[in-house]
Ligand binder design. Structure first.
Ligand SMILES: Cc1ncc(COP(=O)(O)O)c(C=O)c1O
Length: 359
């Protein structure tokens, strides 16, 4: 393949332009400075699952001197049981970021298009460009459902749908997804990073569709974001391609031991955390509305609500010890804040700070 020319301009091929644009993207660098209460990254604010903690403390020294299993076979077995699919229908990676990156590389060639609803997970256009693809954002419908017809009209090789969607927290309907999956001329990736907080899910259905891959993570409901474990389910033909493009040793030994313990023993802890998030989410939405905000309907462990000046409000909240994620210029919303749902004391701190600002 010809080496990319960052100065490629008029007359350059699509591939050259896609490559050039990858070199121009800024490093992904949200404000991650420490803050007393950090509601900025949609992770689990209820601590570490107990069996995973035990495994990290007790097993750590026995695992670090040797390479981990090549393709995390034991973990695949446990994930298959959790996802209700066969072991051969699961792949894993260093976070679902890695699984998404590997899948994008596996299912489209440099210069081809990946279509996705806009706004969505910020890493998707970045992974697209890292792999030489052309990112094609497609507006959501008025009701925040995905617009399958508009996505299909892009004639993309690859389609990405995040449901519940980061950052809107809204979901894609079954009807629109079915249409996309049945008519797409290529693979559809559904990102279910937040599925444990929602009522609809596709993961167990993925292997029955020849061109559907459903990506998940242990970073959210399972509380293991720092260990970096992601996975995906789909038909064996797709999963084996992702394994090839992912390469070996992506799940480290410690992470695998802790994840196995969490999957086998921490189910009740996860379920309790999810139940508390759903309860606190409903309460927080009511309180935000009481303060005059209009949060979007949330099916995730975070809510998004429009504000007049996201950068300013984020700075003011940080000064009061609360970190949130600002968004500017979102389609149809413009400025907004995204806040993770955690224990009620954290939500109280957010509400108190917001009250001070709206006074
Ligand atoms: C929709 C979505 N997909 C994937 C990820 C990445 O998760 P992981 O920690 O598994 O890499 C995130 C993280 O915030 C996310 O919001």
């Amino acid at each position: 393949m010809k080496r990319a020319d960052p100065t490629a301009g008029a007359g350059a091929t699509t591939l050259e332009l896609a490559r050039a644009s990858y070199r121009e993207i800024a490093l992904y660098a949200p404000d991650r400075a420490p803050c007393a209460i950090d509601l900025s990254d949609n992770t689990n604010l209820f601590g570490i699952p107990p069996a995973a903690r035990r495994e990290l403390v007790e097993v750590a020294t026995a695992t670090v001197t040797r390479y981990p299993p090549l393709y995390a076979q034991e973990l695949k077995r446990a994930l298959a049981r959790y996802a209700k699919v066969r072991e051969s229908e699961i792949t894993t990676g260093c976070g679902s970021d890695d699984v998404l990156d590997s899948a994008i590389r596996a299912f489209a060639e440099p210069g081809e298009k990946i279509a996705f609803p806009d706004p969505t997970f910020a890493m998707i256009p970045i992974f697209a460009r890292m792999n030489g693809l052309v990112p094609v954002p497609v507006p959501h419908r008025e009701d925040w459902d995905i617009d399958a017809e508009a996505m299909l009209a892009t004639r993309a090789r690859l389609f990405y749908v995040c449901s519940p969607n980061n950052p809107t927290a809204t979901t894609a309907s079954r009807e629109q997804l079915e249409r996309l999956i049945s008519q797409a001329n290529g693979v559809v990736i559904i990102d279910e990073a937040y599925a444990e907080y929602a009522s609809d899910r596709w993961i167990d259905l993925a292997p029955r569709h020849s061109r559907l891959l459903v990506v998940r993570t242990l970073s959210k409901a399972f509380g293991l974001a720092g260990l970096r474990i992601g996975y995906a389910a789909g038909p064996e033909t797709l999963v084996s391609e992702v394994e090839k493009s992912r390469g070996p040793y992506k799940v480290n030994a410690l992470a695998e031991r802790a994840a196995l313990a969490a999957l086998r023993e921490d189910g009740a802890w996860v379920a309790q955390g999810v139940a508390t998030v759903l309860e606190n989410r409903a309460k927080l939405v009511t309180k935000l509305k009481g303060l005059g905000f209009s949060p979007l309907p949330s099916a995730a462990n975070f809510v998004l609500f429009p504000v007049v000046d996201a950068a300013r409000t984020t700075k003011d909240l940080r000064q009061r010890g609360v970190a949130v994620r600002p968004f500017t210029g979102l389609p149809r919303i413009n400025d907004a804040l995204r806040v993770s749902i955690g224990p009620w004391e954290m939500m109280e701190a957010l509400l108190t700070a917001l009250k001070e600002l709206t006074r």
